[in-house]
Write a protein that binds this ligand. Structure first.
Ligand SMILES: [Zn+2]
Length: 129
């Protein structure tokens, strides 16, 4: 973060985004040294990896939950309540692929698909083979 222009030395006074120390440097400099820059970037990479792990875990959990509800059925629609799916740990925010099945919009997660029915708060599930 820039604090001020230091005209007597031709540099900007900054506060390091990582450690909070003040330092002089170029206008676009964010860190007081390479160690702080590396720490900041490593922390970003760790949180990015953690988010990816959570996303993957949620994706696999959704597939497992829907598969259990389908109980081995393929090419047949099973209807359950959204409350039940959510109570089992289904996460509707996990990325999915939008697909059209017989003209209707479904959300595909791996081998299974689901379609929320807005009027009834139920969800249709299917595994196509
Ligand atoms: Zn620093």
């Amino acid at each position: 973060m820039i604090i001020s222009w230091q005209s007597h030395i031709g540099k900007y006074l900054h506060r390091c985004d990582e450690c909070g120390e003040e330092f002089n440097g170029r206008k676009n400099q964010q860190y007081c040294n390479l160690k702080c820059k590396a720490k900041h970037n490593n922390d970003l990479a760790i949180s990015r990896r953690d988010r990816e792990k959570e996303m993957t875990a949620g994706y696999l959990r959704n597939i497992e939950l829907v598969s259990k509800e389908l109980n081995g059925l393929t090419n047949e629609v099973v209807t359950v309540s959204m409350e039940r799916l959510l109570a089992l740990g289904f996460d509707p925010t996990v990325p999915n692929k939008r697909v059209k099945i017989e003209g209707d919009l479904w959300y595909q997660i791996g081998p299974v698909s689901y379609r929320p029915l807005i009027e009834s708060n139920e969800v249709e599930l299917i595994k196509l083979e």
